[in-house]
Design a binder for this molecule. Structure first.
Ligand code: ADP
Ligand code: ZN
Length: 305
């Protein structure tokens, strides 16, 4: 939906909160071209971070007000409205955050429609509304950073089922000779365990990223793992496009073309990708994909679409 249509649908802006592992970004906006205010709160303990966010929302509420509130959170989170722990963070290694009641603490305080989803589902919806997924109803947003998160939208809605997408934890066949020890505490050979930022860091065995060129062999298993995951996405729900970002991809521009080539090799002619390519692209909203994810969630809550 273009900005003008969003603006017409609401005379008040939307408020959004993106809860991240190191920082939370609060945004007051109509869309990417009309960000009225944006403030960052460090992610420390929930008793400290959530009241600081609430204070910002209360300030906005007392000024312009907002039409709806969107909350996009790091996961795992409980998304089933009927569940007693709806809106809570589930088991996380982040100290103090397991069981934190995000929706109760933030959304319950304002008499406006609210929506809650994962950070990557929000980013996927933002890219579909304003970025590289416009006009698509089936789309995936991948971030390769501290973890590997995937926002998977099927027919206009993020997947639910028994939980949100965790396709970063699919297991994959190891490349011959790759005996790297996975950094995922749950899986010895999942994509996140073998190809996330921390996995890359461990694979470098003390070498600095600045000393590692595109021809270095360290990229071979990383490209392979991300192409295997893209293959699973294509065969699983058939997104029309995959946006792939995060610190690792942003810092290594040579990876995307290699992932595209490896994906085409991997599909081996069985499925045809939409033309013209490339199929796996960088997120158009860049660093604002996450914060605008919370605004996209708010817009959905306000308009029901
Ligand atoms: P988060 O996932 O916490 O939101 P980012 O998406 O920024 O964070 O990703 C952080 C990860 O990106 C770190 O693990 C870091 O090692 C990795 N990273 C940062 N810069 C580069 C780079 N130039 N090349 C490859 N990886 C990088
Ligand atoms: Zn895993």
């Amino acid at each position: 939906m273009p900005d003008s249509a969003v603006t017409a649908a609401a005379d008040r802006p939307y408020a959004g909160v993106e809860l991240g592992g190191t920082k939370c970004v609060c945004t007051l906006a109509f869309g990417p071209n009309a960000i009225l205010d944006q403030r960052t709160v460090p992610t420390t303990r929930p008793e400290e971070t959530l009241p600081a966010i609430l204070a910002i929302l209360r300030e906005w509420d007392g000024q312009s007000g907002f039409a709806a509130l969107g909350i996009a959170s790091f996961g795992p989170v409980q998304l089933h409205p009927a569940s007693p722990d709806y809106g809570h963070i589930l088991a996380t290694p982040k100290p103090g955050w397991s069981g934190a009641d995000i929706v109760g603490m933030l959304a319950g305080r304002f008499a406006v429609p609210a929506a809650f989803d994962t950070d990557v589902n929000g980013a996927a919806l933002a890219e579909m509304r304003w970025g590289c997924g416009q006009g698509m109803r089936d789309f995936a947003y991948v971030t390769v950073g501290t973890g590997i998160g995937v926002g998977l939208v099927v027919h206009g809605a993020p997947t639910r089922g028994i939980g949100h997408s965790e396709i970063g934890h699919i297991r994959l066949p190891r490349l011959a000779g790759d005996d790297f020890s996975s950094i995922c505490p749950y899986h010895t050979d999942c994509v996140e365990g073998l190809a996330s930022g921390p996995a890359l860091g461990a694979r470098l065995r003390g070498r600095a990223l600045a000393d590692v060129g595109p021809d270095d062999p360290v990229w071979i298993p990383v490209v392979d793992a991300l192409a295997v995951m893209a293959h699973a996405l294509v065969c699983g729900t058939g997104p029309m496009r995959i946006a792939m970002g995060g610190g690792v991809l942003a810092g290594q521009p040579h990876l995307l073309p290699r992932i595209n080539a490896a994906l085409i090799d991997s599909l081996n002619g069985y499925m045809n990708l939409p033309q013209p390519g490339p199929f796996v692209v960088q997120p158009k909203l860049g660093g604002q994909a996450g914060p605008l994810g919370s605004i996209a969630l708010a817009a959905e809550a306000a308009t029901g679409a």
